[in-house]
Write a protein that binds this ligand. Structure first.
Ligand code: HEC
Length: 196
């Protein structure tokens, strides 16, 4: 019995180190998810607060003007505060070319779109790339977002005018509520996850 107990403990310990096919174990996954969520929340709250203030000040046209100047700046500020992890927003149909999804990121977005169609959208996706973990969180279009990402024919002309001026190659129009708008991507160095 005693030996069986020791055997079970050994199995458990081993289990803790066993990596799944993605190359990380349960404890690492938990840490990646919590760091990923924390980074996403920080960026989201910064963007929301600032968008809210601009909306109050001058409606959607003013808010577009604000977003155009501030979204990248706020992202950079959040990343400076986060120090070791890096958060960004990416899309296949991007407005700012800096947010263009490519390679593995684009693959994840395509997979998420398929999952959404099947009604099985996961809360997040994690993968390992070299010495980094990558955490993705899907971004879904809410009715409110259509003010700036909807069908152009149904949008405020002043908002459209500002958008056309700032983003002549804008791909982020014509969305419907409930569609996948893109992802938050958080890159977390392996040593941050493994160290304690
Ligand atoms: C007031 C207009 C406005 C509203 C409302 C708005 N957006 Fe945007 N959105 C923008 C602008 C402008 C950009 C480009 C920012 C930049 O240059 O970095 C953008 C960029 C994005 C990006 C980054 C990817 C890309 O295309 O560049 C995502 C993701 C996004 N918006 C999602 C949303 C979602 C989800 C909502 C609703 C919750 C929303 N937006 C509401 C104006 C808006």
């Amino acid at each position: 019995m005693k030996r069986l107990g020791a055997f079970a403990v050994a199995l458990l310990l081993l289990g803790g180190c066993v990596h799944n096919k993605n190359g990380f174990n349960a404890r690492e996954k938990e840490k990646v998810v919590s760091l990923g969520e924390m980074a996403v929340k920080r960026l989201m709250s910064q963007l929301k607060t600032n968008l809210g203030m601009a909306l109050k000040e001058g409606g959607f046209a003013k808010a577009v003007d604000f977003c155009a100047g501030k979204a990248q700046e706020l992202t950079a500020k959040v990343n400076k505060e986060l120090v070791v992890v890096k958060v960004s927003r990416l899309s296949d149909k991007y407005r700012n070319p800096k947010d263009r999804a490519t390679g593995e990121d684009l693959k994840v977005i395509e997979e998420l779109k398929e999952k959404l169609k099947e009604g099985k959208l996961p809360k997040y996706v994690i993968r390992k790339e070299g010495n980094y973990f990558v955490y993705y969180k899907p971004i879904i279009v809410a009715p409110f977002c259509l003010n700036c990402h909807g069908e152009p024919t149904r949008m405020n002309p002043e908002v459209l005018r500002v958008l056309r001026e700032k983003y002549p190659k804008d791909k982020a129009l014509g969305y419907k509520a409930g569609q996948l708008r893109g992802v938050f991507k958080v890159v977390i160095p392996e040593k941050v996850v493994k160290g304690g």
